[in-house]
Ligand binder design. Structure first.
Ligand code: SF4
Length: 309
């Protein structure tokens, strides 16, 4: 249970909404006591799905799949979110630290290469309790922190030593698109500092003898149609602040949800993607994982219709 020093008003993420999550949800949608039984609301999350997942980068998914735990709720409200079914509403089953620990262990028993915490940002309090429990109970696979990168450095510091692989999706490099598409104009200012902290903790990507990710940072960027300047700024930041051989995953899979306005009402053009790849290579960032445009289909989004495989 939380004591008086940690309970009450949540400031875990850059939204700083200050919600008392025992009384009701914060801006991320997480919180409140509805449906959680006698669990402690400060350390309870709803998990929409926990299953092996095959659509991450090859060194994360491997042949057995990544042990993905999809948390409900999110501290960003991206208009093009592919996981709106779980990011904008709270669904799934409640888990407290013991139950999350058990979920991790069950995924390991099923052969998952790692534990992949998807949209973990609002759940720092839960994670700092559950991860040590899982390690003590025999969890040996790496833990992946799969985040939108809209993170506070001080919250990430609480995870120092617990996370093996950071998988931040650096969404924007400027203010305009971040404000317009996600309502977070300070995104890049915040996320760039968070990325440096992730790198301080875990360093460059290290693979094991099977070619699976063991430790390090993999920087994702989803190239959005009509937003090539955003991509260039993100790449410039990596070039200027991280090792030149930082592992980058340049994603092309943007799929327009219904009702989007231009330019988000179309898929990414091949020439747009190629220009960003060429730019990365031109500035010397050649540790690039590229994605075929055929990836831009909804089948990469799992169905959130079952809890555990
Ligand atoms: S994690 Fe959720 S409750 Fe906490 S500050 Fe962020 S939005 Fe508010």
């Amino acid at each position: 249970m939380n004591d008086a020093s940690t309970a009450h008003n949540c400031h875990s993420c850059p939204l700083n909404c200050g919600a008392d999550r025992a009384k009701g949800p914060g801006a991320c949608g997480v919180g409140g006591t509805e449906g959680i039984g006698d669990r402690d609301p400060y350390v309870t999350a709803f998990v929409a799905r926990a299953a092996r997942h095959y659509y991450e980068e090859p060194f994360i998914s491997g042949v057995n799949g990544s042990g993905a735990i999809f948390f409900s709720g999110c501290n960003m409200k991206c208009v093009f979110c592919q996981n709106k079914d779980i990011s904008s509403k709270i669904t799934g089953k409640p888990v407290d630290p013991d139950e999350l620990c058990n979920l991790m262990l069950r995924l390991q028993v099923r052969g998952a290469h790692n534990i992949n915490l998807v949209t973990p940002t609002p759940h720092i309090e839960l994670l700092v309790q559950a991860i040590p429990l899982a390690r003590a109970a025999g969890l040996t696979v790496p833990i992946v922190y799969n985040t939108n990168a809209y993170e506070k450095v001080e919250s990430l510091k609480r995870l120092d030593g617990m996370i093996d692989i950071y998988l931040p999706d650096m969404k924007y490099g400027g203010i305009t698109a971040a404000r317009k598409y996600s309502g977070t104009p300070n995104y890049f200012k915040v996320a760039s500092k968070a990325l440096l902290e992730m790198h301080r903790q875990c360093g460059k990507l290290v693979l094991d003898e099977r070619g699976m990710a063991k430790r390090g940072v993999i920087v994702r960027h989803l190239v959005l149609p009509g937003s090539l300047d955003e991509a260039r700024t993100v790449l410039d930041f990596i070039y200027e602040n991280l090792p030149i051989d930082t592992q980058i995953s340049l994603m092309s899979q943007y799929t327009p949800p219904p009702g989007m306005e231009p330019p988000l009402n179309r898929k990414l053009a091949k020439k747009e993607y190629n220009r960003i790849v060429e730019y990365a290579l031109a500035i010397g960032l050649d540790n690039l994982l590229m994605q075929g445009l055929s990836s831009a289909v909804n089948s990469f989004t799992p169905e959130f219709d079952g809890f555990l495989e």
